[in-house]
Design a binder for this molecule. Structure first.
Ligand SMILES: [Zn+2]
Ligand SMILES: [Zn+2]
Length: 280
């Protein structure tokens, strides 16, 4: 499969000259199956979702948008996905089953309706389908998808493990392991759901919003330190970890410094950058 980083920021977009090389769009990763030209499975609908339209090169989107959770930075691109907002599109949106039992359309309408936004999700053009997803293993767009609940803050959040016949990709953009305790290094617990999702994966895309010196003051916002991502990958036997969901204030120079500080061979560490692709 091919992984395309369309948006790598957390919380809010980060435009401007200090954010050019890593990019300013919020969370969105597109997956293209082996043998396909265009992505059919998109993880999260942050501002980066606009980039998937360009990847489709004039074609309508037929596929699934899989949401990790409902926070703004993971949904705000939905109404601006031009390849899906057209009469001949066939998008499906899947989101975590809610504790309240609310259906997918009601949940999404919560972030997209007047007076907060001009239209509701069901007013987008095309043949849209909306559904909730239970934890567990599913077959989606030809991929095997394992959904497990992971700690974050404010709303149920899933991490996803996505496999085809020969590779595995794990996506945990928003994760607060300190919610379960300090763990061995003070960066949070290496808990069973995180280890199962990342086990022997070829690529782990993981929350790296915080630097260690920020953890004490900001852990309550629901995110992880970059160091946790790397130790999780090491414990889980992951080949490569991509640091993701960069804080919106983190400049290109600061992310270069992060890459230098945490570079390693086992696991291989990369700092996710918008408009880069990875073949698994
Ligand atoms: Zn987020
Ligand atoms: Zn979040």
């Amino acid at each position: 499969m091919r992984i395309s980083f369309c948006g790598v920021r957390g919380s809010t977009p980060a435009p401007g000259k200090d954010f050019v090389r890593y990019g300013g769009h919020t969370s969105c990763v597109a997956l293209t199956a082996d043998g396909d030209d265009a992505p059919t499975l998109v993880l999260d609908a942050g501002a980066g979702l606009r980039k998937v339209t360009r990847m489709l090169d004039g074609a309508p989107f037929t596929g699934t948008i899989l949401l990790s959770h409902l926070h703004w930075d993971h949904t705000l691109g939905l109404p601006f996905f031009a390849a899906a907002d057209r009469a001949d599109s066939r998008p499906t949106v899947l989101l975590p089953e809610q504790d309240s039992g609310a259906d997918a359309v009601s949940v999404l309408t919560g972030v997209m309706q007047p007076p907060y936004f001009p239209i509701t999700p069901t007013q987008l053009r095309g043949q849209w389908a909306f559904a909730t997803l239970a934890p567990g293993e599913h077959r989606i767009e030809g991929f095997t998808v394992l959904a497990r609940e992971i700690p974050h803050k404010g709303g149920r959040t899933y991490g996803y493990r996505i496999s085809d016949a020969h590779s595995t990709f794990t996506y945990m953009p928003d994760h607060c392991p300190t919610a379960l305790g300090p763990g061995e290094h003070g960066f949070g617990e290496y808990h069973p759901a995180a280890l199962a999702l990342a086990h022997d994966a070829d690529l782990l895309v993981h929350d790296a919003q915080l630097f260690p010196e920020e953890l004490a003051a900001e852990a309550d916002f629901g995110h992880a330190v970059a160091e946790y991502s790397i130790e999780l990958a090491r414990l889980a036997g992951t080949h490569t970890v991509a640091l993701f969901h960069h804080r919106y204030t983190r400049t290109d120079d600061e992310l270069d410094e992060l890459a230098r500080r945490l570079a390693g061979d086992s696991p291989n560490v990369i700092v996710a950058a918008e408009d880069t692709q990875h073949e698994l």
